[in-house]
Design a protein around this ligand. Structure first.
Ligand code: S3P
Length: 433
């Protein structure tokens, strides 16, 4: 069990490139596996979550060269090329891995079992099990199918298309249903209460699959074949960049350039919220890579002020709210976050866990069922903190420590490797130049 020791920084400086986007990495290997022909992927995230997804595809007969590196060649076997795995598929800590795979497996003509670690097996699965059962997949699991392990006997050719009104704005639910929809006869439509990240739709198009609809409504026609229209260059993960964006905003003397970051509008809530808080953020060198917008992001320190966020902003900032809570703790005035009850069912209950850790460092945080209120201060104090087994809580607390008085120790930080291998090295390079 590793600890991270963080001393106050006198400014984050320099240029850095961060690991590949987690959401896009998961999708790239899943889609390439069921495509016709080979797909070359660069910038693949070597974190545990995406490695587990790639290993699951190997277990279903897909040859993948370069696993463990950022460059993969996936030898796709076409829409019906997967074979029954000999053993249980273990997705570790990853909700995305499990939920997207469940959608894909719902369309197969074989039996499979999905499991995960002590955190993933507590997270809600009914949100995907229910629509996939309606499409004809036979799914069972603990607690009547609400919790993993999940066993799936796919519907194969008998799967039926649906029009599904998802009660939550979740790209994982949307993607699971659309992936199953690819195997169904007819058109499958997903409606969601507000727009979640659209990497699945973009990558479908990149693989030549026609996707209709816009905003909160997406439709895919079943039985379309996939073929990559070129190599996939995965940009850096804006959710990883978020830790550096907040760190550079709150630590005086900072001037940081984060290169090659994915700036898909469904993910850039962190830029909008920090800008609304008064942050100094500039985007340069904007371009497109494999259907995804990319830019370099420059962040300089500037005093922040409190802000209110809720509604449609929440799906656009969902993974960044813990680190936004850190920004709010150092901002002038009050920040209110609402409509974010989904945070309670992430890798940890992120409303409770970030509130506890920020309070340990002297912040004023009031919890609501669906969010929190934070009263900002000039400074926090270094403290002994805990990750709660959650990568984003560990990294958020480390960022808070950079601007605090005295040393901060974050306990149990191995979890960071699920999404951001090399975080400590990159942070130290930037923060203590
Ligand atoms: C993800 C979707 C989000 C996000 C997760 C990755 C994805 O979850 O929190 O880290 O890649 O589809 P929900 O869609 O369930 O909100």
């Amino acid at each position: 069990m590793a600890d991270l020791r963080i001393q106050p920084s006198s400014g984050l400086r320099g240029e850095l490139t961060l690991p590949g986007d987690k959401s896009i990495s998961h999708r790239s290997v899943l889609f390439a596996a069921i495509a016709d022909g080979d797909t070359h992927i660069s910038g693949f995230l070597t974190g545990e979550d995406t490695q587990n997804t790639a290993k699951a595809m190997q277990a279903m007969g897909i040859a993948i060269e370069g696993l463990g590196t950022e460059h993969l060649v996936v030898h796709g076997k076409g829409l019906d090329g997967l074979s029954e795995p000999a053993s249980v598929l273990d997705l570790g800590n990853s909700g995305t891995g499990m939920r997207l795979l469940a959608g894909l497996l719902a369309g197969q003509d074989f039996f499979s079992v999905l499991t995960g670690d002590q955190y993933l097996t507590k997270r809600p699965m009914a949100r995907i099990v229910e629509p996939l059962r309606r499409m004809g997949a036979k799914i069972d699991g603990r607690s009547g199918g609400r919790l993993a392990p999940l066993s799936i006997r796919g519907g194969g050719k008998t799967l039926c298309s649906i029009e599904y009104a998802s009660p939550v704005a979740s790209a994982q639910v949307k993607s699971a249903v659309l992936l199953a929809g690819l195997y169904a006869d007819g058109e499958t439509t997903v409606n969601e209460p507000s727009k979640s990240r659209d990497h699945t739709e973009r990558m479908f198009r990149f693989f030549g699959v026609e996707v209709r609809g816009q905003g909160t409504n997406v439709t895919v026609q079943g039985r379309q074949r996939l073929r990559a229209q070129g190599p996939i260059a995965i940009p850096s993960d804006i959710s990883s960049a978020a830790f550096f964006m907040v760190a550079a905003s709150i630590v005086p003397g900072s001037d940081l350039l984060i290169k090659n970051v994915g700036v898909n509008p469904t993910r850039t809530g962190i830029i909008d919220v920090l800008t609304a808080m008064g942050a100094d953020i500039e985007l340069g060198n904007q371009r497109e890579q494999a259907g995804e917008p990319v830019a370099d992001i420059r962040v300089r320190h500037r005093k922040l002020h409190g802000v209110q966020i809720g509604g449609e902003m929440i799906p656009r900032t969902i993974d960044e709210i813990p680190v936004l809570a850190v920004a709010a703790s150092y901002a002038e005035g009050k920040t209110i976050i609402k409509d974010a009850a989904e945070l309670r069912v992430k890798e940890s209950d992120r409303i409770a866990t970030i509130a506890v850790e920020l309070r340990t460092m002297g912040a004023t945080v009031i919890e609501f069922p669906d969010g929190m209120e934070i009263i900002g201060r000039e400074s926090l104090k270094g403290a002994l903190c805990d990750s709660h087994g959650d990568h984003r809580i560990a990294m958020s607390v480390a960022v808070a420590g950079l601007a605090a008085r005295g040393e901060t120790v974050v306990r149990d930080t191995d979890w960071i490797d699920t999404s951001f291998p090399g975080f400590e090295r990159l942070l130290r390079n930037a923060a203590y130049l």
